[in-house]
Design a protein around this ligand. Sequence first.
Ligand SMILES: CC(C)(COP(=O)(O)OP(=O)(O)OC[C@H]1O[C@@H](n2cnc3c(N)ncnc32)[C@H](O)[C@@H]1OP(=O)(O)O)[C@@H](O)C(=O)NCCC(=O)NCCS
Length: 184
Amino acid sequence: MGRPLTIYPNYTVRKQKPVSNSFVIMTELVLPNDTNTLNNLMGGRMMHLMDIAAAISAQKHSNRIVVTASVDNVSFRDSIRLGNVVTLQAQVTRSFSSSMEVHIDVWAEDIPSGTKLKTNEAFFTFVAVDQAGRPIDVPEALPETDEEIKLYDGALRRRQLRLVLAGRMKPAEAQELKALFALD
Ligand SMILES: CC(C)(COP(=O)(O)OP(=O)(O)OC[C@H]1O[C@@H](n2cnc3c(N)ncnc32)[C@H](O)[C@@H]1OP(=O)(O)O)[C@@H](O)C(=O)NCCC(=O)NCCS
């Protein structure tokens, strides 16, 4: 099983890696230094934790140094309280040439009351770089489960949207988006 290998114009075959190899789970206890005056976890601290978990995931996929290229919309559905345990779960959804999209989910758990809530979700993009900071190709990402395939299939559309918003792609070149919005 698996998707066919992609043959590039220089006839090299890129290695494929199951996306599950990049799975990362990270837990953290919310302490007073992490909170605002309402005793809620600060948004910037949350994004720092998300960036770390997602970067480790991208490193596991690429076996390279990675840099954060972009962060898509991060929603803060519910506040995370002092003393909660934060669980971050990250996994690569798809890779392109040097870039990788990572999906991340965040839960807040109140152990004494036994409650666990999903509070945040986001997509991060990382670029693998060499020692000089130049982008370098990464293995192809191979989705296996239904959920992984769904995330993989949506990744091209999300990539085009973020590159258009970053001014790195002309809207007319964003074929997946054009199909979605029937812009013609
Ligand atoms: C990300 C970075 C390496 C891209 O370098 P660049 O010279 O613009 O390289 P390229 O134009 O060849 O793009 C390389 C890849 O980055 C992707 N990329 C660049 N900007 C992006 C953005 N805003 N969002 C998503 N992907 C982006 C490109 O799509 C390309 O992906 P691909 O190789 O899979 O097609 C460079 O901009 C950089 O180093 N930025 C600073 C990163 C940083 O300091 N992050 C915070 C600390 S880790």
